[in-house]
Design a protein around this ligand. Structure first.
Ligand code: DAK
Length: 259
C-alpha cells in the first residue's frame, strides 16, 4: 500500500490516507488500495472500530484527484466511480464501527467518504464542501444521497448548488459532524470514543448498525420488522447471556466474546 497506512492496536484500526502532497486527494490507485484494505479489515474479528483520517494537519481528503480526472474518458470515470462505490459501501456496511477523524479539508469525495463512515468527528480546522458543480460535474461518490439523508434535502441542495465551504461548527450545527474538538485532541477523542464502543457487545453493535442502515432506507414498518428480527437474533448470542448476567450479578466487568 503506497497511499495508505494502517496501524492496528487493541481492537482499533487506524487507517490513514497518505498523499499529503495532494492533500490526500483520492486517485484510482488509492481507491483500489482502500477497497482492498477494507476488504481485509472487515474479515478481522480482532478489529472492532476503524478510525479513518488523512495525513498531515491540513487536510482529511481534498476530494477526488482532479489531475487524474481532467483527461479521463467517460469509461475511465465510470470505472473510478464503481471502485469508489465499492470501497465506500464497504465502509458503510462493514461490521466494525467506522469513525472519520476529519483533520482539515473534507471536500467533494473527502466529504463523501466521511459521510460513508458511521460517525464524523471534526477538528476545529475542518472544512466541508461539495465543490463538484463548480468543476462541471456533480457529486458522484454518494454525495447527493448521503448528504441529503444526513442534513436534509434543503441543506444538501444549498451546499451542492452553491459549492459553499462550511467550517466545523457549521457542520456540527447541521448534523454533518457529530462533534468538534481541538485538532491536537482529535485522535485521542476518537480513540476514547472507540474505547467506549469496545466496552459493548460486538454483535449487538453490528446488528444495530445493520438495522439503522437498512431501516433508514425503507419505510418505518419494514424497519421495525427488521429490528424485531435482528433483536431476536441477538438472543442467540453468548454475549446476550453475559451482558444480562453481569447486570443481574451487579458486575461491572463484562466478558464479551463476539459470539
Ligand atoms: N486533486 C488533485 N490535487 C489536489 C486536490 C485534488 N482534489 N486538492 C489539492 N490538490 C493539490 C494541489 O494541486 C496542490 O498541488 P501542487 O500544486 O502543490 O502540486 C496541493 O494539493 C496543495 O494544494 P493548494 O496549493 O491548492 O493548497 P491551498 O491551501 O491553496 O488550497 C484547497 C487548499 C483544498 C482549498 C485547494 O487545494 C482546493 O480547492 N482543492 C480542490 C478541492 C476540490 O475541488 N475537491 C473536489 C474534487 S471533485 C466520480 C465521482 C466523484 C468524484 C469524481 C468522480 N465518478 C463517479 C467518476 C468526486 C469529485 C471530487 O471530489
Amino acid at each position: 500500500m503506497s497511499n495508505l497506512s494502517l496501524e492496528i492496536e487493541k481492537g482499533i484500526a487506524l487507517l490513514t490516507i497518505n498523499r499529503p502532497k495532494a492533500l490526500n486527494a483520492l486517485n484510482s490507485e488509492t481507491l483500489g488500495e482502500l477497497n482492498a484494505c477494507l476488504a481485509e479489515i472487515e474479515k478481522r474479528e480482532d478489529v472492532r472500530v476503524v478510525i479513518l483520517t488523512g495525513s498531515g494537519e491540513k487536510s482529511f481528503v481534498a476530494g477526488a484527484d482532479i489531475s487524474e480526472m481532467v483527461n479521463a474518458t467517460p469509461l475511465e470515470g465510470s470505472a473510478m466511480g464503481l471502485l469508489a462505490k465499492e470501497a465506500f459501501s464497504r465502509l458503510e456496511e462493514m461490521p466494525q464501527v467506522t469513525i472519520a477523524a476529519v483533520n482539515g479539508y473534507a471536500l467533494g469525495g473527502g466529504c463523501e467518504i466521511a459521510m460513508a463512515c458511521d460517525i464524523r468527528i471534526a477538528a476545529e480546522n475542518a472544512k466541508f464542501a461539495q465543490p463538484e458543480c463548480g468543476l462541471g460535474i456533480l457529486p458522484g461518490f454518494g454525495g447527493t444521497q448521503r448528504l441529503a439523508r444526513l442534513v436534509g434535502k434543503g441543506r444538501a441542495k444549498e451546499l451542492i448548488f452553491t459549492c459553499d465551504m462550511i467550517d466545523a461548527q457549521e457542520a456540527y450545527r447541521i448534523g454533518l459532524a457529530n462533534k468538534v474538538v481541538p485538532q491536537a485532541e482529535l485522535m485521542d477523542y476518537c480513540k476514547a470514543m472507540a474505547g467506549r464502543i469496545l466496552n459493548n457487545a460486538p454483535l449487538g453493535i453490528s446488528l444495530a448498525k445493520q438495522a439503522i442502515n437498512t431501516g433508514y432506507d425503507t419505510d418505518l414498518n419494514s424497519g421495525l420488522k427488521l429490528e424485531a428480527n435482528l433483536f431476536g437474533l441477538s438472543f442467540s448470542t453468548a454475549d446476550k447471556k453475559e451482558g444480562m448476567t453481569a447486570f443481574l450479578e451487579k458486575r461491572k466487568e463484562k466478558h464479551f466474546i463476539g459470539k
